[in-house]
Design a binder for this molecule. Structure first.
Ligand SMILES: Nc1ncnc2c1ncn2[C@@H]1O[C@H](COP(=O)(O)OP(=O)(O)OP(=O)(O)O)[C@@H](O)[C@H]1O
Ligand SMILES: [Mg+2]
Length: 208
C-alpha cells in the first residue's frame, strides 16, 4: 500500500484538487484507492460520494478521526490524504509518520510563496523528512505560463530545497470536474490529454 499526503498550511492552493485527481488517476489505473479527507469541510468526501455513481470509484474515509487508519481496508493499494488548511506540525504528524510521499501545492504569487516557507520548515523538522525517508515534492498550481507572476514563481520554486515535481496550469476543467465527482483522468479528448501531460512528472516522481 502506498500513501500520498497532499498538504499545505495555506488554504485554497489546490490540495483537494490534487487529492481527487490523484485518487481518480490511481482508480482508473485499476488500483483499489482510498481518499482520506482530513478536512472538516468534507470537499474530498463529497467528491468521492458523487463519484460512487461512476466507474472507477474511490473509497472515502473520514481523516478527521484519529482512528482513520483503522477504516482503511486491508486490501487497499493506494491511499491519498487530503489535509486540512491550517494543519501543520503536530496535527499532521500522524499522517507524516505513515506517508510514502508528501505533495505540497503552491500558487504562483509572492504571498503564497512566502506563506508556504514556514510550512516547509515544519515539514523539514519531521524526523522522517530529516532522515530522507519521506520525500517532499512541490507542485506549482494554477499556473498561467505566459504571465511573469507564474514565471517568477517557478524560478523561485526551483531554488527551494525540494523538487518541483509538476506545473499544473490554471483551467476551468478542474473546477467543472470537481463538482461532478470526476477527474481529468476520466476523459480522453485532445485538450484533456494536454492537461493530463502536466501530471506526468508528478506521477513518475510518485512511482520512483
Ligand atoms: N489548476 C487549477 N485551475 C483552475 N482552478 C483550480 C486549479 N486548482 C484548483 N482550482 C480551484 O481553486 C479552488 C481551490 O482549490 P482546492 O479546493 O483544491 O484548494 P484547497 O487547498 O483544497 O482549499 P482548502 O484549503 O479550502 O481545503 C477550487 O475552486 C478549485 O476548483
Ligand atoms: Mg481542500
Amino acid at each position: 500500500m502506498k500513501t500520498v499526503l497532499v498538504a499545505s498550511s495555506k488554504g485554497g492552493v489546490g490540495k483537494t484538487t490534487l487529492s481527487t485527481n490523484l485518487a481518480a488517476h490511481f482508480a482508473v489505473a485499476g488500483r483499489r484507492t482510498v481518499l482520506v479527507d482530513a478536512d472538516r469541510q468534507g470537499s474530498a468526501r463529497h467528491w468521492a460520494e458523487k463519484r460512487a455513481a461512476h466507474a472507477h470509484a474511490v473509497l472515502p474515509v473520514d481523516g478527521t478521526r484519529r482512528d482513520w487508519d483503522r477504516r482503511v481496508p486491508g486490501d487497499a493499494q493506494q491511499v491519498v490524504i487530503d489535509a486540512a488548511a491550517g494543519a501543520h506540525g503536530a496535527e499532521l504528524a500522524h499522517f507524516l509518520d505513515v506517508a510514502d510521499a508528501v505533495v505540497v501545492p503552491v500558487l504562483p504569487s509572492v504571498i503564497d510563496l512566502e506563506a508556504t516557507v514556514p510550512f516547509l520548515n515544519t515539514l523539514a523538522r519531521h524526523a522522517r523528512v530529516k532522515k530522507g525517508r519521506l520525500p517532499v515534492g512541490l507542485v506549482g498550481n494554477r499556473l498561467r505560463p505566459w504571465t511573469s507572476a507564474s514565471q517568477q514563481s517557478i524560478a523561485t520554486l526551483e531554488q527551494w530545497p525540494y523538487p518541483l515535481v509538476a506545473q499544473l496550469r490554471d483551467t476551468q476543467a478542474y473546477v467543472l470536474l470537481a463538482g461532478l465527482g470526476r477527474s481529468l483522468f476520466d476523459y480522453h479528448s485532445a485538450q484533456v490529454r494536454e492537461h493530463q501531460d502536466d501530471w506526468a512528472p508528478l506521477l513518475k516522481w510518485l512511482r520512483r
